[in-house]
Design a protein around this ligand. Structure first.
Ligand SMILES: [Zn+2]
Length: 107
């Protein structure tokens, strides 16, 4: 399986900076981020990593659809700009995955 969905939960670094780093007690793959030198478990469902409620996240998606700037979203949802970039990445990633699976299904 390609590592394209893996990103560092600590500094949001992408695949190129991440290497496999053994397994944890639950036999889950651990990864090491070369950027911030921290290890983490990649969760295949990124939404679990979100530190905000589903309600806030839906509002965030609404702002994105309205093409609201990151600064305005940050102020409205009281989230720091780094988190906003991180959530935006997750949304774009999810959209990309959906498009990939559509192509694979021949439509
Ligand atoms: Zn990192």
């Amino acid at each position: 399986m390609p590592n394209k969905n893996i990103f560092c939960v600590n500094c949001e670094s992408l695949t190129s900076n991440i290497i496999k780093y053994g397994k944890d007690s639950n036999n889950q793959q651990r990864y090491l981020c070369k950027e911030c030198k921290k290890t983490f478990i990649n969760d295949t469902t990124p939404f679990k990593n979100l530190k905000i409620s589903e309600y806030t996240f839906k509002k965030f998606i609404g702002f994105m659809i309205d093409d609201t700037t990151m600064e305005v979203i940050s102020r409205n949802l009281r989230l720091d700009i780094k988190s906003i970039h991180y959530y935006r990445f997750i949304v774009f990633k999810a959209i990309e995955d959906i498009q990939d699976s559509i192509k694979l299904n021949g439509r």
